[in-house]
Design a protein around this ligand. Structure first.
Ligand code: PAJ
Length: 278
């Protein structure tokens, strides 16, 4: 496994390759969710790149950029074990030299939900992902459904800007009690971790309602919100039932519907989702 820190050496390594290339973009502090993406990339491509870069432009001024968890040695050991060929780990100045100004704005899909609570977040995500795609030129890039709106934003960027890459979406990897894995889970105290199972309980309720035949989207939003608000440690930012591609809120569920939520527990903001009727 080769660790690359400059764009120039990464381009040189890429140019020498024949066969298909898969890319898994990450911010490190890897868990089984990330590793499931890496395994899929390993199975489906001749060469696998993983990027590790905590991207400052997708964090708000009051967010956790400075304290975002990092453990590079452990990450590299995990990636080596999975047979990754290249890890791209640029420094901040390599990705954002002093004169850097450009940004990618994908439009309406980035506006609601996470976009509304985290202004500028998806502009930062789209910009850094476009840079990574342009540096590594993968045939396939792998993303988790855990970040459903991020996935929709990236798919829209690829479609609107004619990027020559296949976006592969992978299912959310969960703890045994259903709690979705996330690098930020390390912020939770044991008591908060217990309370955090409320997100999965709410998604389970959504699946039950859908199975019983409920199709009124507002019924889902209000019932799930009620359930989550019964948990004392939980504060709801939003509960949404939206079109999975446009992220527009639905009135009635006819095709597939993305049920997503953001819940704060203490200072930690958790997101999770499920798609109904896929
Ligand atoms: P990060 O949060 O490190 O996540 C990297 C990838 O892992 C994303 O595609 C995310 O959806 C996926 N992932 C996270 N938790 C998962 C889980 N429990 N199950 C399955 N997949 C999971 O998302 C980012 O980094 C950044 O925004 C990035 C795309 C790298 C741009 O900076």
């Amino acid at each position: 496994m080769q660790v690359l820190t400059t764009i120039a050496e990464t381009r040189t390594a890429r140019a020498a390759l024949q066969g298909s290339v898969g890319l898994v973009p990450t911010m490190g502090f890897l868990h089984d969710g990330h590793l499931s993406l890496v395994r899929a990339a390993r199975a489906e491509n001749d060469h696998v790149f993983v990027s590790i870069f905590v991207n400052p432009t997708q964090f708000g001024p009051n967010e956790d950029f400075a304290t975002y968890p990092r453990n590079t040695d452990r990450d590299l050991a995990l990636l080596r074990d999975l047979g990754v060929d290249y890890v791209f780990m640029p420094g901040l100045d390599e990705m954002y030299p002093a004169a850097f100004e450009a940004a990618v704005d994908v439009g309406s899909v980035a506006m609601p939900l996470e976009g509304a609570f985290r202004p500028g977040h998806f502009r930062g995500v789209a910009t850094v992902v476009l840079k990574l795609l342009n540096i590594i030129l993968p045939d396939r890039a792998y993303f988790g459904r855990k970040d459903a709106q991020q996935l929709a934003v990236i798919r829209k960027m690829v479609r609107d800007l004619d990027l020559p890459v296949d976006i592969v979406a992978m299912p959310t990897v969960r703890e045994p009690d259903g709690f979705a894995m996330s690098s930020r889970n390390t912020y939770l105290t044991p008591e908060q971790r217990k309370a955090a199972t409320i997100l999965y309980q709410a998604l389970t309720l959504a699946l039950e309602m859908w199975t019983r035949g409920t199709r009124d989207a507002e019924a889902f939003r209000s019932r799930l919100r009620e359930l989550i608000e019964d948990e004392e440690l939980a504060n709801v930012d939003y509960v949404s039932v939206a079109d999975p591609d446009t992220l527009r809120e639905l009135e009635r569920i006819q095709g597939p519907a993305l049920v997503s939520m953001a819940v704060r527990i203490g200072r930690t903001r958790l997101i999770d989702n499920v798609t109904l009727g896929e």
